[in-house]
Design a protein around this ligand. Sequence first.
Ligand code: AMP
Length: 281
Amino acid sequence: MKVYKTKSELIFFLSKIKKDKKSIGFVPTMGALHEGHLSLVEKSMKKNDFTVVSIFVNPTQFDNKEDLGKYPKTFDNDVKLLESVNCDVLFFPSVEEIYNDTIEAENFNFDGLEHKMEGKYRDDHFNGVGTIVKTLFEIVRPNKAYFGRKDFQQLQIVKKMVEKHGLPIKIKGCDIYRENDGLAMSSRNTRLTKEYRESAPFIYKTLKKAKKKIKEKSANEVMEWVRKQFEKHPLLELEYFTIADEKTLETATIIDSGKKYRAFIAVFAGDIRLIDNIRLK
Ligand code: AMP
């Protein structure tokens, strides 16, 4: 696997691939890789001639500077994992390489998607996401880019950005990878203490129960039921739970059989914030 730290080296290398009319798949990540990330890389490898993975902990998408400082960094292990799946190229730029002297996000309009759920609780988060994804897309210019449904709102926002800017890139959503006990894989899971780690599968268990309940109860009743479950929980603190339309991310009060819905959740396990979601039938 080739590892590039500068834009110019990567662009030069990829220009040869593009000249040969080879397709490029791209998987942006913040590192501390796990099987969830690797599933995206493997999907890209299957569908493209060439796969580029980036590792960049993007400062402008963190509303909480402590979370940014404590974000896990496991570069050597990341390289081993990427090599184990035969990834072609790793792009690992510094903050200066991406932002020069001004670490600032651009302002985006994602037609309101950015103000829902994560956008309500994480100031400027999606401007940061938009800025880094757009910058990386301009550097890599992939044919396809792969994003996990674990960050479903991010996936919809990236699709919106590509549509609004008319970028010639296909955005592919990938299923959520989970630990055996149901906890959605996340780089942040490694920061959970034993007690919180043991409690965390409660999140997905509650999502699965909510999915069953929505068959008999109204969306409001299910949202209230979930709130109560977390009120009773001694360790986990619910930030939000909502049932929303997959496309607009608008909270649903009435379930329309012609639309697709998901239940979305954000929970604090101590100072670690975990998110998850589940498709509702
Ligand atoms: P991150 O490194 O957390 O920014 O994630 C990089 C990409 O991997 C994003 O598109 C995430 O949605 C995706 N991802 C992270 N965790 C998972 C998971 N458990 N299952 C599937 N995709 C994931």
